[in-house]
Design a protein around this ligand. Sequence first.
Ligand SMILES: C[S@@+](CC[C@H](N)C(=O)[O-])C[C@H]1O[C@@H](n2cnc3c(N)ncnc32)[C@H](O)[C@@H]1O
Length: 218
Amino acid sequence: MLKNIEVTQDLLDYIYNHTHPLHPVQKDILTHNKTLGDIQRMQISEIQGHFLQLIIKINNVKSCLEIGTFTGFSTLTMALALPNGGKIITLDHDKKIVHVAKNFFKKGKLENKIETVISPALDTLKKFSKEEKKFDLIFIDADKGNYKNYYELSLNLINEKALIIFDNVLWHGNVSKKTVTDKQTNLMRDFNKYIKNDNRVEKVILPLGDGLTICRRV
Ligand SMILES: C[S@@+](CC[C@H](N)C(=O)[O-])C[C@H]1O[C@@H](n2cnc3c(N)ncnc32)[C@H](O)[C@@H]1O
């Protein structure tokens, strides 16, 4: 028997009403993103945010790396869960959008926990690799065509018990629909297959938001 239930908007509202409330600046970012039209879908969902916070707390995460800042919802959400002295470095190549995000970080008084890097993420990851930087959590939510490259570079950037988490791996649910064959969907299928066949990590796909893959080195 199918054990999963359909997550309607009503049910999501119920879930949010029975989960601990968002920080005022998280709410501000959500309100701002609603004014952006179609691109607001770039932001992770609230439930994904709660999940990332839980992972940070139970895995004792002190250092995070994020690829894909956008207006800062996921960054700020993760920063809020970090302990004192914890830090998140977030990468994005779009100067204008990072400016918007930084204003929210300032409003949340989280500038000491958040470092933004404006540059193509691949360049930054290569630089971090040379510097032998290590992180407890890497969250990847940027251009899907580079997911494999981000993954390979991230494997050199993680501490022993670290997780690498990818967003959008179910691609609006299209990955399992045989009749859908557009480029983005195929990219995501190809990436999912790549991770599935990689014995260096154990992995699970969770149907949260647009789908999260969680990987841990074995
Ligand atoms: C899906 S959005 C990130 C959403 C964010 N995690 C959130 O929840 O609000 C993807 C972001 O990745 C950035 N991006 C896309 N390609 C990139 C690249 N090659 N290097 C750096 N950033 C990139 C985009 O500018 C965009 O802001």
